[in-house]
Ligand binder design. Structure first.
Ligand code: PLP
Length: 292
């Protein structure tokens, strides 16, 4: 397991790798700060807000839906991010041509970053993970490995690994979002933009009924896995990805003895809120029974 959750107490997981090239691009064009999008539990906005605080540049977050008070939102405000709640319709308009023009007029000195730090720029920040892992595996005495396994949201990190591998090893993506998010097309677009063939990876459904949907089987898997390994996971990405891997191994998808590099993509800042939501959903019917 590549423990990217350990690289920094606040900017953890794949976030830093996707964000760093955007920060560099912003600096190169002389922007004062960065503006980006996400939900009320967004790991990406969280990392961006921390980066702004740490490296002293202004950040603006455009949020999905109406104003909510979540631990992530409280952190964003504490780190000095300026927030705008776009509503649900307003957030859906983010793919419309001209969306960024409006925000560019309002914040001309800020550099816009796509949702989740995506696109080719974000993917290029993840390419170096391949060399990093190969170097570390060599010190562990691993002559080779059989592939990568990681959680997929936008597909940016996976695309970066595919570019870094250049078909040397397959990259398996456990997709934590539903099919209508268009992950396959997004990966294709990034690879096309990089001018490489659309191959070298496999996408497998690991959404378990929807993005950020947490069920009891998943929570039990997460507890058992954490108890057995002492590696913290969260249920939205890493827990689902590891559970999907376990299922594939049990189904004989990989030959015994296969060596996969599982990428821990972080996201632990949202762990407590995601688990609490599930706990509350489980307790709600019970509370109803007790009242009657
Ligand atoms: C913890 C975590 N893991 C995995 C992902 C998925 O990464 P990507 O959007 O690059 O597919 C995300 C979302 O960005 C995330 O927050």
């Amino acid at each position: 397991m590549l423990r990217l959750d350990l690289i920094d107490p606040l900017i953890s997981g794949n976030k830093w790798f996707k964000l760093a090239p955007h920060v560099q691009a912003a600096a190169a064009v002389g922007a004062d700060g960065l503006i980006s999008l996400g939900g009320a539990h967004s790991n990406h906005l969280h990392a961006l807000a921390v980066a702004g605080r740490r490296f002293n540049f202004p950040t603006v977050g455009l949020l999905r839906g109406t104003a909510q008070d979540t631990p992530t939102v409280r952190d964003l405000l504490a780190f000095g991010m300026q927030l705008h709640w776009l509503g649900y319709g307003g957030y859906r308009a983010r793919h419309r041509p001209g969306f960024w023009d409006e925000w560019g007029e309002r914040y001309p000195a800020l550099y816009p970053v796509a949702e989740g730090g995506g696109g080719l720029v974000g993917a290029l920040g993840c390419v170096g993970l391949v060399a990093l892992v190969r170097e570390q595996l060599a010190t562990l005495g691993w002559a080779d490995y059989d592939g990568w396994w990681l959680a997929v949201g936008t597909g940016t990190t996976l695309a970066g690994l595919v570019l870094g591998e250049a078909n040397a090893h397959p990259v398996y993506g456990a997709v934590a979002v539903p099919a209508d998010h268009g992950v396959a097309q997004q990966v294709q677009r990034v690879l096309q933009a990089a001018g490489v063939a659309d191959r070298g990876y496999h996408l497998l459904d690991a959404a378990r009924g929807g993005f950020a949907k947490v069920d009891s089987e998943l929570v039990q898997f997460l507890w058992a896995s954490e108890a057995g390994s002492a590696v913290p996971l969260e249920p939205v990405y890493t827990g689902k990805a590891l559970m999907a891997l376990r299922r594939q191994v049990e189904a004989g998808y990989f030959a015994p003895g296969s060596r996969l590099v599982f990428v821990h993509t972080g996201g632990l800042q949202g762990r407590t809120a995601a688990l609490r939501k599930h706990e509350q959903a489980c307790l709600a019917p019970l509370a109803g029974n007790l009242e009657t």
